[in-house]
Design a protein around this ligand. Sequence first.
Ligand code: M6R
Length: 365
Amino acid sequence: DKGNHRHFMEKEIYEQPEVISHALAHYVDFIENRVNPIAAAIDFAKVPSLAISACGTAYLAGLVGKYWFERYARLPVEIDVASEFRYRDIPLSPQSAALFISQSGETADTLASLRYCKENGLKIGAVVNVKESTIARESDAIFPILAGPEIGVASTKAFTCQLSVLAALAIGAGRARGTVSEAEEKQLVRHLAEMPRIMGKVLNSIQPAIENLSRELSKCKDVLYLGRGTSYPLAMEGALKLKEISYIHAEGYAAGELKHGPIALIDENMPVIVIAPHDRFFEKTVSNMQEVAARGGRIIFITDEKGAAASKLETMSTIILPNVDEIIAPMIFSLPIQLLAYHTAVFMGTDVDQPRNLAKSVTVE
Ligand code: M6R
């Protein structure tokens, strides 16, 4: 049932504050502001490294997770798309653990990667939405994302729930490894606790700006997304979402890679969407934006209040989100990129929930 929404995708975007607060309640104790003990099957204090494998949007959630596990838990992470991971002959330590991220829990390549890690003696964790799925059944520990059924082929709430679970696991791993102090844990958990309310506020306020922008985007043939740090996987997720439902060609790049190739594409016909909260990378990303502006490129700037105040560049449009801590920025910044893809597809008149050539669950390799 779509409720008051035109498409399941729209409904699932607007459900995010609710499902995330439900998911977080499973992982976090909001009274003590602590992450709950992590499933005993995986001892994050002892593992020398972590492997992560997944496909599509779930892979991009894993890539954000990699930044968090490395930063907060000082845990080296090997990550690849499952179709590569399973065939690469990766040397893996049997003392390590591996996480497989999958909304459906049935993706063929992800399952094959899981079996490869199992044969190599690693402890297996499944970050899944469907708890009865094959990937969940074959794992030592299940980390449910509790997003509720996701019907739209384009993954939205599953992505932000995957991110929320990975954030909690990374903080928990950091506590177990002594790289996150008790005070830091409390602070990080407080930020997680604020997230659903902030998401609700953003969803209630950005739609008019996004719709205007989407009308413009629907006239374009190509779009480039740029980001640094955890905004880099988000740039790729924005591009994936746009191409999958609007059929507009889009690419996501690390902002620093601009001058190594894609800058040749810049002209007034290809909008460049820059995802840049005012974080440690902001100044660097702004200098990449300047390179775009100097070549006549049109910039769509997705930033926060501090970022908007700090940048003097002229943009085609600026979407301003509230200032938030860097641990929740990827979830908050997911909202405008999801809505931008959604409204652009609506303007194009495509079948948003059932885009051509795509299946919700890819059970063949
Ligand atoms: O069910 P899974 O999470 O394993 O699916 C993985 C991908 O097929 C999926 O995320 C796909 O990329 C989505 N359609 C993206 O919106």
